[in-house]
Design a protein around this ligand. Structure first.
Ligand code: SAM
Length: 265
Protein backbone atom coordinates (compact mmCIF):
# COMPACT_ATOMS: atom_id res chain seq x y z
CA UNK A 1 0.00 0.00 0.00
CA UNK A 2 0.86 3.67 -0.18
CA UNK A 3 1.39 3.64 3.61
CA UNK A 4 3.52 0.54 3.36
CA UNK A 5 5.85 2.27 0.93
CA UNK A 6 6.04 5.31 3.16
CA UNK A 7 7.02 3.20 6.16
CA UNK A 8 9.69 1.38 4.18
CA UNK A 9 11.00 4.68 2.81
CA UNK A 10 11.18 6.11 6.34
CA UNK A 11 12.95 3.05 7.70
CA UNK A 12 15.44 3.27 4.85
CA UNK A 13 15.97 6.95 5.55
CA UNK A 14 16.69 6.25 9.23
CA UNK A 15 19.07 3.46 8.26
CA UNK A 16 20.78 5.74 5.76
CA UNK A 17 21.18 8.56 8.30
CA UNK A 18 22.57 6.01 10.78
CA UNK A 19 25.09 4.74 8.26
CA UNK A 20 26.17 8.26 7.31
CA UNK A 21 26.91 9.27 10.89
CA UNK A 22 28.53 5.95 11.81
CA UNK A 23 30.88 6.32 8.88
CA UNK A 24 31.79 9.93 9.66
CA UNK A 25 31.89 9.75 13.50
CA UNK A 26 35.66 9.88 13.82
CA UNK A 27 36.27 12.29 10.91
CA UNK A 28 33.35 14.41 12.01
CA UNK A 29 35.24 17.67 12.58
CA UNK A 30 36.91 17.59 9.19
CA UNK A 31 33.54 16.94 7.59
CA UNK A 32 32.05 20.01 9.26
CA UNK A 33 35.10 22.04 8.35
CA UNK A 34 34.68 21.11 4.68
CA UNK A 35 30.98 21.77 4.67
CA UNK A 36 31.32 25.23 6.18
CA UNK A 37 34.93 26.19 5.39
CA UNK A 38 35.60 26.09 9.12
CA UNK A 39 32.91 28.66 9.91
CA UNK A 40 30.76 26.16 11.85
CA UNK A 41 33.06 26.73 14.84
CA UNK A 42 32.23 30.45 14.84
CA UNK A 43 28.50 29.74 14.38
CA UNK A 44 28.57 27.33 17.32
CA UNK A 45 30.39 29.88 19.50
CA UNK A 46 27.83 32.51 18.54
CA UNK A 47 24.90 30.11 19.12
CA UNK A 48 26.08 29.37 22.65
CA UNK A 49 26.85 33.02 23.39
CA UNK A 50 23.32 34.10 22.42
CA UNK A 51 21.86 31.41 24.70
CA UNK A 52 24.06 32.49 27.60
CA UNK A 53 23.66 29.15 29.40
CA UNK A 54 24.04 28.94 33.13
CA UNK A 55 22.56 30.39 36.25
CA UNK A 56 22.66 34.11 35.91
CA UNK A 57 20.25 36.20 37.98
CA UNK A 58 19.36 38.37 34.98
CA UNK A 59 18.75 35.70 32.36
CA UNK A 60 18.02 32.36 34.05
CA UNK A 61 14.51 30.94 33.96
CA UNK A 62 13.19 31.58 37.51
CA UNK A 63 12.74 27.89 38.37
CA UNK A 64 16.41 27.11 38.01
CA UNK A 65 18.02 29.83 40.09
CA UNK A 66 19.48 27.41 42.62
CA UNK A 67 20.55 24.31 40.72
CA UNK A 68 21.76 25.76 37.45
CA UNK A 69 20.08 24.88 34.17
CA UNK A 70 19.02 21.48 33.04
CA UNK A 71 20.02 21.44 29.36
CA UNK A 72 19.19 18.80 26.79
CA UNK A 73 21.41 18.81 23.70
CA UNK A 74 19.62 16.71 21.11
CA UNK A 75 21.55 15.12 18.26
CA UNK A 76 24.49 16.23 20.35
CA UNK A 77 26.80 13.74 18.67
CA UNK A 78 30.37 14.37 19.59
CA UNK A 79 29.55 16.89 22.34
CA UNK A 80 30.63 20.00 20.47
CA UNK A 81 27.74 22.15 21.68
CA UNK A 82 27.56 20.55 25.14
CA UNK A 83 31.21 21.29 25.99
CA UNK A 84 30.82 24.88 24.81
CA UNK A 85 27.69 25.36 26.96
CA UNK A 86 29.35 23.94 30.07
CA UNK A 87 32.43 26.11 29.47
CA UNK A 88 30.22 29.17 29.05
CA UNK A 89 28.21 28.43 32.22
CA UNK A 90 31.37 27.84 34.25
CA UNK A 91 33.59 30.64 33.05
CA UNK A 92 31.15 33.43 32.12
CA UNK A 93 28.29 32.80 34.56
CA UNK A 94 30.41 31.23 37.33
CA UNK A 95 27.86 28.45 37.50
CA UNK A 96 29.21 25.04 38.50
CA UNK A 97 25.79 23.32 38.59
CA UNK A 98 24.33 23.64 35.10
CA UNK A 99 24.25 20.22 33.48
CA UNK A 100 23.91 18.99 29.93
CA UNK A 101 22.48 15.70 28.73
CA UNK A 102 23.72 14.87 25.25
CA UNK A 103 21.16 12.71 23.44
CA UNK A 104 21.87 11.10 20.09
CA UNK A 105 20.39 8.22 18.14
CA UNK A 106 23.78 6.97 16.98
CA UNK A 107 25.98 4.97 19.39
CA UNK A 108 29.13 5.64 17.33
CA UNK A 109 28.67 9.41 17.61
CA UNK A 110 28.03 9.04 21.38
CA UNK A 111 31.16 6.91 21.76
CA UNK A 112 33.17 9.63 20.01
CA UNK A 113 31.58 12.23 22.32
CA UNK A 114 32.45 10.20 25.45
CA UNK A 115 36.01 9.88 24.19
CA UNK A 116 36.30 13.61 23.58
CA UNK A 117 34.82 14.36 27.00
CA UNK A 118 37.96 12.80 28.51
CA UNK A 119 39.85 15.90 27.35
CA UNK A 120 37.43 18.23 29.17
CA UNK A 121 36.90 18.91 32.89
CA UNK A 122 33.45 17.26 32.65
CA UNK A 123 34.39 13.65 31.89
CA UNK A 124 33.48 12.15 35.26
CA UNK A 125 31.27 15.00 36.42
CA UNK A 126 27.52 14.72 37.11
CA UNK A 127 27.22 17.81 34.89
CA UNK A 128 27.56 15.79 31.68
CA UNK A 129 25.62 12.71 30.59
CA UNK A 130 25.29 10.88 27.27
CA UNK A 131 22.14 8.97 26.39
CA UNK A 132 21.09 7.08 23.29
CA UNK A 133 17.70 8.44 22.25
CA UNK A 134 15.60 9.33 19.25
CA UNK A 135 14.55 12.99 19.21
CA UNK A 136 11.09 11.88 18.15
CA UNK A 137 10.49 9.77 21.31
CA UNK A 138 12.36 11.09 24.35
CA UNK A 139 10.84 8.52 26.70
CA UNK A 140 13.60 8.90 29.31
CA UNK A 141 12.98 12.65 29.67
CA UNK A 142 10.05 13.71 31.88
CA UNK A 143 7.52 16.40 30.89
CA UNK A 144 8.35 20.00 31.91
CA UNK A 145 11.86 19.13 33.10
CA UNK A 146 14.26 20.96 30.77
CA UNK A 147 15.32 24.65 30.87
CA UNK A 148 17.02 24.73 27.48
CA UNK A 149 16.71 22.34 24.52
CA UNK A 150 19.41 22.70 21.87
CA UNK A 151 19.74 20.99 18.52
CA UNK A 152 22.64 21.90 16.25
CA UNK A 153 22.92 20.54 12.72
CA UNK A 154 20.63 17.68 13.73
CA UNK A 155 17.00 18.39 12.98
CA UNK A 156 17.30 18.25 9.21
CA UNK A 157 18.12 14.54 9.59
CA UNK A 158 14.99 13.73 11.59
CA UNK A 159 12.31 11.75 9.78
CA UNK A 160 9.40 13.58 11.46
CA UNK A 161 10.54 17.08 12.40
CA UNK A 162 7.05 18.02 13.63
CA UNK A 163 7.05 15.07 16.07
CA UNK A 164 10.52 16.06 17.35
CA UNK A 165 9.32 19.66 17.86
CA UNK A 166 6.34 18.44 19.88
CA UNK A 167 8.67 16.29 22.00
CA UNK A 168 10.84 19.38 22.58
CA UNK A 169 7.72 21.25 23.69
CA UNK A 170 6.71 18.41 26.04
CA UNK A 171 10.05 18.12 27.85
CA UNK A 172 10.66 21.88 28.26
CA UNK A 173 9.51 23.69 31.40
CA UNK A 174 7.13 26.61 30.88
CA UNK A 175 9.47 29.51 30.09
CA UNK A 176 12.04 27.04 28.73
CA UNK A 177 13.75 27.74 25.43
CA UNK A 178 14.01 25.70 22.22
CA UNK A 179 17.09 26.68 20.20
CA UNK A 180 18.15 25.27 16.86
CA UNK A 181 21.26 25.91 14.76
CA UNK A 182 20.93 24.48 11.28
CA UNK A 183 22.00 24.97 7.67
CA UNK A 184 19.38 27.14 6.02
CA UNK A 185 18.59 29.10 2.85
CA UNK A 186 21.03 31.68 1.50
CA UNK A 187 19.36 35.09 1.34
CA UNK A 188 21.43 36.64 -1.47
CA UNK A 189 21.11 35.48 -5.11
CA UNK A 190 24.73 35.95 -6.17
CA UNK A 191 26.08 34.33 -3.04
CA UNK A 192 23.56 31.52 -3.43
CA UNK A 193 24.78 30.73 -6.95
CA UNK A 194 28.33 30.36 -5.63
CA UNK A 195 27.15 28.37 -2.62
CA UNK A 196 25.16 25.91 -4.78
CA UNK A 197 28.24 25.27 -6.92
CA UNK A 198 30.32 24.74 -3.82
CA UNK A 199 27.89 22.39 -2.13
CA UNK A 200 26.70 20.28 -5.07
CA UNK A 201 29.92 20.46 -7.06
CA UNK A 202 32.81 20.49 -4.64
CA UNK A 203 31.62 18.91 -1.41
CA UNK A 204 30.79 15.40 -2.72
CA UNK A 205 34.06 15.41 -4.64
CA UNK A 206 36.07 16.45 -1.58
CA UNK A 207 34.22 13.76 0.39
CA UNK A 208 35.31 11.21 -2.15
CA UNK A 209 38.92 12.36 -2.30
CA UNK A 210 39.50 12.97 1.39
CA UNK A 211 37.22 10.47 3.14
CA UNK A 212 36.65 8.01 0.28
CA UNK A 213 32.95 8.49 0.93
CA UNK A 214 31.13 10.43 -1.77
CA UNK A 215 27.68 9.10 -0.83
CA UNK A 216 27.66 10.39 2.76
CA UNK A 217 28.67 13.85 1.64
CA UNK A 218 26.13 13.81 -1.19
CA UNK A 219 23.45 12.87 1.37
CA UNK A 220 24.47 15.77 3.62
CA UNK A 221 24.32 18.29 0.77
CA UNK A 222 20.90 17.02 -0.31
CA UNK A 223 19.54 17.07 3.24
CA UNK A 224 20.54 20.75 3.48
CA UNK A 225 18.80 21.58 0.18
CA UNK A 226 15.60 19.81 1.30
CA UNK A 227 15.38 21.57 4.68
CA UNK A 228 12.59 24.19 4.90
CA UNK A 229 13.29 27.92 4.59
CA UNK A 230 13.80 30.06 7.68
CA UNK A 231 10.20 31.34 7.60
CA UNK A 232 8.73 27.87 7.03
CA UNK A 233 10.73 26.40 9.88
CA UNK A 234 9.64 29.25 12.17
CA UNK A 235 6.06 28.35 11.28
CA UNK A 236 6.71 24.72 12.27
CA UNK A 237 8.09 25.86 15.63
CA UNK A 238 4.94 27.95 16.18
CA UNK A 239 2.74 25.02 15.14
CA UNK A 240 4.35 22.93 17.89
CA UNK A 241 3.04 25.47 20.43
CA UNK A 242 6.05 27.71 20.95
CA UNK A 243 6.02 31.48 21.16
CA UNK A 244 8.47 32.77 18.60
CA UNK A 245 10.18 36.05 19.48
CA UNK A 246 10.43 38.69 16.68
CA UNK A 247 10.79 37.14 13.23
CA UNK A 248 11.96 33.98 14.98
CA UNK A 249 15.38 33.48 13.49
CA UNK A 250 18.82 34.96 12.93
CA UNK A 251 20.68 34.36 9.67
CA UNK A 252 24.37 33.52 9.90
CA UNK A 253 26.72 34.14 6.96
CA UNK A 254 23.96 35.23 4.56
CA UNK A 255 21.66 32.42 5.69
CA UNK A 256 24.03 29.51 5.06
CA UNK A 257 23.02 28.69 8.61
CA UNK A 258 20.34 30.12 10.87
CA UNK A 259 19.44 30.12 14.56
CA UNK A 260 15.78 29.60 15.41
CA UNK A 261 14.34 30.02 18.88
CA UNK A 262 11.01 29.39 20.54
CA UNK A 263 9.79 29.77 24.10
CA UNK A 264 7.30 27.41 25.76
CA UNK A 265 4.53 29.58 27.19
N1 SAM B 1 25.19 18.61 17.30
C1 SAM B 1 26.45 18.09 16.84
C2 SAM B 1 27.25 19.20 16.21
O1 SAM B 1 26.71 20.25 15.94
O2 SAM B 1 28.44 19.02 16.00
C3 SAM B 1 26.27 16.89 15.90
C4 SAM B 1 25.52 17.15 14.62
S1 SAM B 1 25.57 15.82 13.47
C5 SAM B 1 25.64 16.65 11.93
C6 SAM B 1 23.94 15.21 13.43
C7 SAM B 1 23.61 14.23 14.54
O3 SAM B 1 22.21 13.96 14.54
C8 SAM B 1 24.28 12.87 14.38
O4 SAM B 1 25.06 12.61 15.53
C9 SAM B 1 23.12 11.90 14.25
O5 SAM B 1 23.37 10.64 14.83
C10 SAM B 1 22.03 12.64 15.00
N2 SAM B 1 20.66 12.23 14.70
C11 SAM B 1 20.11 11.98 13.47
N3 SAM B 1 18.81 11.64 13.62
C12 SAM B 1 18.53 11.67 14.96
C13 SAM B 1 17.35 11.45 15.74
N4 SAM B 1 16.19 11.10 15.16
N5 SAM B 1 17.42 11.60 17.08
C14 SAM B 1 18.58 11.94 17.67
N6 SAM B 1 19.73 12.18 16.99
C15 SAM B 1 19.70 12.06 15.66
Amino acid sequence: THFGFETIAEALKEQRVGAVFSSVASSYDSMNDFMSLGIHRLWKDHFVRTLNPGRNPLTSPPSSQDQGWNILDIAGGTGDIAFRMLDHASTLNHDAHTKVTVADINPDMLAEGRKRALNTPYARSPRLAFIEANAEALDAIPDNSVDLYTVAFGIRNFTHKDVALREAFRVLKPGGVFACLEFSKVNNALFDAMYQRWSFGAIPLIGQLVAGDRDSYQYLVESIARFPSQAEFSGMIRDAGFLVPGKGYEDLTNGIAAIHKGVKP
